[in-house]
Write a protein that binds this ligand. Structure first.
Ligand SMILES: [Cu+2]
Length: 228
C-alpha cells in the first residue's frame, strides 16, 4: 500500500532538473522566467477548474429533495459562452507575447547571417566529446573557459551527427549540426563552475559527452588565453 502511495511522487520527480531554474546568466534567467510564468498560468487554470469541479459536485449532487426535479430547458448562455472563448484566448495571448519575443531573441542563427558581437568560441562536437577553440587558436577538450559579463558568441558545428549544446545554468539547448554552423549567444554569464552536456541522444556513450564550464574574470580569461 505504501509503495502505491509513493509511486506518484516518483513520477512527479521524473525529469526534474532544478538546475534550469538556478540561472547564472541573463539568457538562462529569461528561460527560467518563461518556465515559471507558464507554470503559474497553468496553475491558475488548474485551480479554477478544480474549484469549479468541487463546487459543482456539491451544488448539483443528487439528494432526495431533488428526486422529482426537472431541470430548466437551457438553450445557451451568451455571456458564459463568450467568456469561455475570450478567457482562453487572453491566456494564450499573455503566454504568447513573452514566448515569441524570447524565442526570436534566443534562437541560433546561421553563421553567414550572424551580426552578433562578443567573445567568440568555436565549438566542435563529435561522438563523444567537445572541442572548444578560442579567438587566438587556443583549444581545449571538454573544458570551456569564458569571461564573465558581456556576450559569449558560440559558433557550433558537428563532425558527425546531430548533438545538442546545453549548460543548464547558463543557456541552451541548441542543436549542433554536421552540415551547417550555427551561432548562439549567451548573455552575461556569472563567475562560477557549471556542468555542460550533450542533450541529444547521439550513441552508446552519449551520457559521457559532458564538459565543464568555468566562467572567470576578464583578467583571468586573458591569462588563460595567453597561457599555452
Ligand atoms: Cu552528443
Amino acid at each position: 500500500m505504501r509503495r502505491l502511495l509513493i509511486m506518484p511522487l516518483f513520477f512527479l520527480l521524473t525529469g526534474c532538473n532544478i538546475a534550469v531554474l538556478d540561472s547564472r546568466s541573463d539568457t538562462a534567467e529569461d528561460q527560467a522566467f518563461l518556465i515559471l510564468f507558464s507554470f503559474a498560468l497553468m496553475l491558475l487554470v488548474v485551480l479554477v477548474v478544480c474549484v469549479l469541479f468541487v463546487w459543482f459536485v456539491f451544488k448539483y449532487r443528487y439528494t432526495d429533495e431533488k428526486k422529482h426535479d426537472i431541470p430548466p430547458d437551457v438553450k445557451g448562455n451568451k455571456w458564459l459562452e463568450t467568456a469561455w472563448i475570450i478567457g482562453p484566448l487572453l491566456l494564450l495571448a499573455v503566454l504568447a507575447v513573452p514566448t515569441i519575443m524570447m524565442t526570436y531573441d534566443q534562437s541560433p542563427v546561421l553563421s553567414s547571417e550572424s551580426e552578433k558581437d562578443g567573445v567568440p568560441v568555436y565549438v566542435t562536437a563529435r561522438q563523444f566529446n567537445w572541442t572548444f577553440e578560442h579567438e587566438n587558436g587556443k583549444t581545449e577538450n571538454n573544458r570551456l573557459v569564458i569571461p564573465e559579463g558581456g556576450s559569449i558568441i558560440f559558433h557550433l558545428s558537428s563532425e558527425d551527427i546531430i548533438h545538442s549544446f546545453w549548460v543548464p545554468r547558463l543557456g541552451g539547448k541548441v542543436d549542433v549540426m554536421p552540415d551547417r554552423e550555427l551561432v548562439y549567444e549567451i548573455k552575461n554569464p556569472q563567475v562560477g563552475t557549471y556542468d555542460g552536456k550533450c542533450a541529444e541522444y547521439c550513441g552508446i556513450e552519449h551520457t559521457s559527452m559532458v564538459f565543464e564550464v568555468e566562467v572567470v574574470t576578464a583578467e583571468e580569461y586573458d591569462r588563460y588565453l595567453n597561457d599555452r
